[in-house]
Design a protein around this ligand. Structure first.
Ligand code: PEP
Length: 253
């Protein structure tokens, strides 16, 4: 089953909209002609500027979070339709920083996935275990719970329209990275979970990305694995040079 190669940058709470425009201006000539799908998850305030700057390129711009409600009295929150109108085409959901720092529950994340699909934003669902959970032999149990709870009872016609990102919490921003073998084994398990829940055919269509301390030097051995369809990059996506190098390395596989 041929799946798209996808590289997502997650800028977290970095870059003003002026800095975002400058980044994209520097990035585009470096990735001209590349075939991979390139996504940038930018701060809310940079979405419209980034989307305008990336308009003629293949770069898709998205958000890092959203609320599950269509609208309402939720001070400080943002809705899918607002993101879409600003120029977002996708949204990260369930990032470990949202789960751990902001206490987001599996049920809240599930409601967000449903809302994103209803309002035509592509959800990039992030799942991953902590170091304690991995060392305690709980990785599969945790991943199954996160996948099952987020993706249960989705509208039938929308099921294939999502991306899964496996991001071991112990690898995010730490410089530690899963070996390609561990990453492949875990991705294969995630695909099995998708198959049990959504059917084998759909599971074969859903791209599964690896995230956690991805750099130009380690990305090649990850994306050459059978079930790794691309990467989600935090720190190394903040510099156009290293982000472009990651994209070029992936293209060379
Ligand atoms: C992330 O923020 O999703 C991430 C993977 O960060 P980093 O690449 O810095 O580990």
């Amino acid at each position: 089953m041929a799946r798209d190669l996808i590289i997502v940058g997650n800028w977290k709470m970095y870059k003003t909209s002026r800095e975002a425009a400058h980044f994209i201006e520097q990035l585009l000539p470096k990735i001209e002609g590349c075939k991979a799908r390139v996504f940038l998850a930018v701060p809310y305030t940079s979405i419209s500027t980034a989307a305008a700057a990336a308009r003629l390129a293949k770069v898709e711009v998205g958000a890092q979070n959203m609320n599950d409600a269509r609208d309402g009295a939720f001070t400080g929150e943002i809705a899918a339709l607002m993101l879409k109108e600003a120029g977002a085409s996708f949204v990260l959901l369930g990032h470990s920083e949202r789960r751990r720092v902001f206490g987001e529950s599996d049920t809240f994340i599930h409601r967000k996935v449903v809302r994103a699909l209803q309002d035509d934003l592509l959800p990039v669902l992030c799942v991953g275990e902590t170091l304690e959970e991995r060392e305690g032999g709980q990785t599969e149990e945790i991943l199954k719970k996160q996948i099952d709870s987020a993706l249960v009872d989705l509208p039938e016609e929308k099921i294939g329209e999502l991306i899964l990102a496996y991001e071991p919490v112990w690898a995010i921003g730490t410089g530690k990275i899963a070996t390609p073998e561990i990453a492949q084994e875990t991705h294969a398990f995630c695909r099995k979970c998708l198959g049990d829940l959504l059917g084998k055919r759909k599971a074969g269509q859903i791209p599964i990305l690896y995230g956690g301390s991805v750099k130009p030097e380690n990305v090649g051995s990850l994306v050459s694995q059978k079930d790794i369809d691309g990467v989600l990059v935090g720190g190394a996506s903040l510099d156009p040079e290293s982000f472009a190098e990651i994209i070029q390395q992936c293209e060379g596989i």
